[in-house]
Design a protein around this ligand. Structure first.
Ligand SMILES: *[C@@H]1O[C@H](CO)[C@@H](O)[C@H](O)[C@H]1NC(C)=O
Ligand SMILES: *[C@@H]1O[C@H](CO)[C@@H](O)[C@H](O)[C@H]1NC(C)=O
Ligand SMILES: *[C@@H]1O[C@H](CO)[C@@H](O)[C@H](O)[C@H]1NC(C)=O
Length: 286
């Protein structure tokens, strides 16, 4: 009886997690600052397939325009810009026909001589990140600034930040003596994804982050979804604990065997709940 119950939970869970399609926007070259006239390739990727997503953008002049007649050359879920212009600076994301959105990226096209090459996507806590200060032809000896303060000067034009943490998040730019300074770019640092799903779940852990323009309703839906995806382990633990307790009333199982595992499992449950709440809090910050 408990088997079929757990099985049903797993089926529901995998159906639900199957419906949390999440695309991400990949960009080539992978840098959030570009020179006037560079060519850029943007692509929506959704684990394996990528159908039904369109690259969409907000610029200072127009909002929510899709790759197509006014800008870019669309091809399926890709979009190329063969000659990017400072007016193409803005926020870019993938939007599905159902209105779902990927996380967005900021693109800055410089009209000047210097750019700061920094990662387009958020950097994972603990990873190394390298920033490069460059002209169209070569890297430059430069001072690197975060939130307006000089961090250090690098003769090679490269600055690597090792094991980034949340405190490294901020607005970066570089300054060169010969060619002036780059535009600023925001670097986002995200927490490590929550630990892998326990062996009782067949569903993969969801790493889906909501788009910044989620409505409160979508956020609530995601919260419920996350709880349901993370919870089969918790729920099956609760079921098993209650089954053990039931059995102990009519049965003579030794008490020590009943009590030890549930305590650990409940600790795990509390931890996972914390993880979920942390994820939800992070999502609200985005
Ligand atoms: C976009 O650019 C990429 C890389 O330069 C190229 O492989 C691809 O064929 C281009 N697609 C279109 C639709 O122009
Ligand atoms: C994009 O730029 C805006 C304005 O500078 C900033 O508030 C936002 O956090 C940036 N988003 C990302 C994903 O970097
Ligand atoms: C794009 O602009 C629209 C309209 O101003 C706004 O509602 C939306 O949040 C913006 N999207 C992003 C990703 O910044």
């Amino acid at each position: 009886m408990e088997d079929s119950c757990v099985l049903r939970l797993l089926v529901v869970t995998s159906l639900l997690s199957g419906s949390t399609h999440q695309a991400s926007l990949k960009m080539r070259p992978d840098t959030s600052q570009l020179f006037d006239g560079q060519s850029v390739s943007l692509r929506c990727e959704e684990d394996g397939s990528s159908d039904g997503w369109t690259v969409t953008r907000n610029t200072t002049t127009r909002t929510r325009t899709q790759c197509g007649p006014d800008w870019g050359e669309p091809a399926g879920s890709s979009c190329n810009i063969s000659y990017i212009d400072p007016l193409d600076s803005g926020v870019y994301w993938c939007e599905s026909t159902e209105g779902a959105a990927s996380t967005s990226i900021n693109i800055t096209v410089s009209g000047g001589a210097v750019i700061l090459q920094s990662p387009v996507l958020p950097v994972m806590e603990g990873d190394d990140v390298t920033l490069t200060c460059t002209t169209e032809t070569s890297n430059l000896s430069a001072g690197f600034y975060k939130d307006g303060s000089l961090i250090r000067t690098e003769p090679t034009g490269h600055m690597t930040i090792r094991h980034v943490s949340r405190s490294d998040e901020g607005l970066y730019k570089c300054h060169t003596r010969e060619h002036g300074e780059s535009p600023p770019s925001w670097i986002t640092v995200t927490g490590k994804p929550t630990s892998a799903a326990p062996p009782t779940t067949a569903a993969p852990p969801t790493t889906a982050a909501p788009p910044p323009d989620s409505t409160p309703l979508q956020l609530v839906f995601r919260l419920v979804l996350h709880l349901v995806v993370f919870c089969p382990y918790c729920i099956s633990t609760v079921i098993m604990v209650s089954l053990y307790r039931h059995r102990s009333t009519g049965n003579d199982l030794p008490v020590s065997m009943e009590m030890a595992p549930p305590t650990q499992a409940e600790q795990g449950l509390a931890d996972e709940y914390d993880d979920v709440m942390a994820a939800v809090t992070t999502e609200h910050h985005l």
